[in-house]
Each structure stands twice: as structure tokens, then as C-alpha cells.
Ligand binder design. Structure first.
Ligand SMILES: C[S@@+](CC[C@H](N)C(=O)[O-])C[C@H]1O[C@@H](n2cnc3c(N)ncnc32)[C@H](O)[C@@H]1O
Length: 232
């Protein structure tokens, strides 16, 4: 049945009302980013089409898959992918200059184990990532939304963590880093209340290149917290 105009307008209102964890501030794209976006997205990009992803044909192999949400300019994702050629990486970022930068790095450094979505990670996880499809999820320095009235925009929320749990394989890891103490406490509280995850000790070795936002936080005198959880 064709949707009525009432259905359409209700959908439009719901879209507007949806609380998102980002504000699209496109900023200027450099020539390198624009060229890379236009010429390389068809090669390494994944279109969000509300269909479930079949990972093996995308990477032309079956391998452990790690998803990074909000990769920013993508430097740390590119480094991780080069250091771990046996792992498939999916990066998600809504900031197009960052997507352009990572696409340029992929081509310049001949990286073949990254694919990119340029869309809201919440919708991608809801509609395109299969249950038990991921070996790991990385969320490095998510926007802290420091004002109390903006806390509802924080990416880490109880319902979102439930969704992450469903998409992770058993024993899969969720690695979150933040330089914002109040957000660290917020994440700890949500994760403690979620019984699908067990926290790994703080001294657990992990491999994570320093990110652009992390460097900025360190310059401002912020601490850095890595919170790593295993799906039990
Ligand atoms: C504070 S930045 C950190 C970037 C990078 N991880 C770093 O450490 O340099 C957070 C990033 O997450 C992205 N982001 C926020 N919410 C998102 C969402 N729902 N889907 C995709 N990207 C998102 C923003 O565009 C932004 O680039």
C-alpha cells in the first residue's frame, strides 16, 4: 500500500526529532579531500541502503572484522589497518572532510583492508550490520557533549550499548577511549548496568595509535581513559 501523506509527514517529523550524536558542520574540504571523495568513494565506500551487509564479498575474503565509529580524519584507523593486515576494518564517519582524508590515505599508502560508510553510525548499526557480525568495535574520543542539557546527544547510551552487544560476536571487544572525565564516569555507569559486558583490567595491553582529538585533549591538560570490555 502506498504510504499516505500523513505517514510521510509523520516520518519527516520523527526524522527531525531524532536526537543525533553529531551536528553536520561540513567545513571546507581541501582539494585533496574533494578529489579523493569523488574518485575513491566508489572504490572503498559503502552506500547506506538499509540492507544487511554481507562482509565477505566486500573485502573479498573472510577475516575478523573491526568497526570504528567516528574515525575523525582517519589517521589512527589507517595506521591500525596497516599494522594489522589480517583484519578487516569498517570505518564510519559523518564528517566528509575526514572521509576524504582517509580515502586519500588509503590510496596513497596502498591499504586494502578498510571500507568506509559516510553516514550516521546509529542507523548503520541498526539496519546494516548483522547480529554477531563484528569481532571488535572501536569508539575513540566520541564527542563529549559536556553541557548537561546536551548529554542526551552522547553516543554512548544504554540502548546503543544493547545494540552494540547484539552486533558483536561472543568474546568480541568494545574499546572506548575518552579524554573527558565526566564522560568516562557516564560510560562506566552505563556499562556496569549492562550485564552483557565484562570490563578488562585497566592495565590490559591494547594497541591504539594516538588520535588527533586525543593530542588536542592532552595539550589542554586532559587525562586519557581507555575502557575495554569483552562481550561475555
Ligand atoms: C571528537 S571526534 C573524534 C575523532 C577521532 N576519533 C579522533 O579521536 O581524532 C568525534 C567524531 O565522531 C563523529 N561522529 C559523531 N557521531 C557520529 C555518528 N553517529 N556517526 C558517525 N560519526 C559520528 C564526528 O563527526 C567526529 O568526527
Amino acid at each position: 500500500m502506498k504510504p499516505s501523506r500523513d505517514d510521510d509527514s509523520e516520518r519527516a517529523i520523527n526524522f527531525q526529532r531524532k536526537i543525533r550524536s553529531f551536528v553536520r558542520r561540513e567545513g571546507r574540504m581541501s582539494k585533496r579531500q574533494t578529489t579523493a571523495y569523488e574518485s575513491l568513494f566508489p572504490k572503498y565506500g559503502l552506500e547506506f541502503n538499509r540492507q544487511l551487509l554481507d562482509l565477505s564479498p566486500i573485502f573479498e575474503r573472510t577475516a575478523p572484522t573491526i568497526l570504528e565509529i567516528g574515525f575523525g580524519m582517519g589517521n589512527s584507523l589507517a595506521t591500525m589497518a596497516m599494522e594489522n593486515p589480517e583484519i578487516n576494518y569498517i570505518g564510519i564517519e559523518v564528517h566528509r572532510p575526514g572521509v576524504g582524508s582517509l580515502l586519500a590515505a588509503i590510496e596513497e599508502q596502498n591499504i586494502n583492508n578498510i571500507r568506509i560508510f559516510s553516514h550516521d553510525a546509529v542507523e548503520i548499526l541498526e539496519q546494516s550490520i548483522p547480529d554477531n557480525g563484528l569481532d571488535g568495535i572501536h569508539i575513540f574520543f566520541p564527542d563529549p557533549w559536556p553541557k548537561t542539557r546536551h548529554h542526551k546527544r552522547r553516543l554512548i547510551q544504554p540502548a546503543f550499548v544493547n545494540l552494540l552487544s547484539r552486533r558483536l560476536k561472543s568474546q568480541g571487544t568494545l574499546h572506548i577511549a575518552t579524554d573527558w572525565k565526566n564522560y568516562m564516569e557516564w560510560i562506566e555507569e552505563i556499562m556496569t548496568a549492562n550485564h552483557d559486558f565484562a570490563r578488562l583490567p585497566d592495565n590490559t595491553p591494547h594497541q591504539r595509535p594516538t588520535t588527533k582529538f586525543e593530542k588536542r585533549g592532552i595539550k589542554l591538560g586532559h587525562g586519557v581513559w581507555d575502557l575495554i570490555y569483552k562481550k561475555t
